[in-house]
Design a binder for this molecule. Structure first.
Ligand SMILES: Nc1ncnc2c1ncn2[C@@H]1O[C@H](COP(=O)(O)OP(=O)(O)OP(=O)(O)O)[C@@H](O)[C@H]1O
Ligand SMILES: Nc1nc2c(c(=O)[nH]1)N[C@H]1C(S)=C(S)[C@@H](COP(=O)(O)O)O[C@H]1N2
Length: 177
């Protein structure tokens, strides 16, 4: 078993019912394989846009599975059933608003509707939770922007040391004094 566990949660009514294939959840897993040279294990869940189910799943992946990073996709917009940011805020002790700010800013280069995503991030215990939009192409657009700061964030919350493939994505760690 590897020391590093990464949680992937797809919040989609239709993907969870099998009406469409979960392309976005798979895209997160493929992106992690591309980025990381450290050995890691994926813990994957595909669930409907229900706030209580989302909260329970986030808690399970952080507290029971011990994932240092949990990446969600879907449910960040203004629609009635979009509740992923609310679930994230409810389970986190600290919010990390810089992640959402940067992802929206970068996403505006691709779509004017980027401002409709309320995507955020936060810390639960020793886990970082990051929300991504539901659209498959948004996964790489958003992760490429914020991932350089993720390994150092995980260092600061006493998680495992994550090494990236620097030809693909370079982690930034401020030099020790
Ligand atoms: N996990 C996914 N895999 C593949 N395509 C997706 C996924 N999530 C969203 N999409 C695509 O992006 C579009 C917009 O996503 P959005 O999250 O708004 O879906 P939605 O209308 O809330 O429905 P649902 O919750 O059933 O996915 C969807 O109509 C679908 O084409
Ligand atoms: N990078 C990126 N961000 C994006 C998008 C996208 O295609 N690429 N789609 C936007 C759209 S159309 C919506 S409605 C919101 C919320 O999407 P969600 O409800 O699927 O999470 O994310 C936005 N952010």
């Amino acid at each position: 078993m590897s020391e590093i566990k990464i949680g992937v949660i797809t919040a989609s009514d239709r993907a969870s019912k099998g009406i469409y294939e979960d392309i976005s959840g798979v895209a997160i897993q493929d992106t992690m394989k591309d980025y990381l040279v450290s050995k890691f294990e994926i813990v994957y869940r595909c669930i409907p846009d229900e706030q209580d189910v989302l909260e329970e799943t986030m808690k399970e992946l952080c507290d029971e599975e011990g994932c240092c990073l949990v990446v969600t996709t879907g449910g960040t917009g203004p629609a009635l059933r979009d509740v992923t940011p609310e679930a994230t805020e409810n389970v986190c002790e600290k919010m990390m608003p810089g992640f959402g700010e940067l992802m929206r800013q970068v996403s505006l280069q691709y779509v004017p509707t980027a401002i409709l995503s309320r995507q955020t991030a936060g810390i639960r215990g020793k886990s970082l939770i990051i929300n991504l939009p539901g659209k498959p192409k948004s996964i790489r657009e958003c992760l490429d922007a914020v991932f350089p700061a993720v390994p150092y964030c995980i260092d600061l919350i006493e998680g495992p040391f994550i090494e990236t493939n620097e030809d693909v994505i370079k982690a930034f760690r401020p030099k020790a004094k």
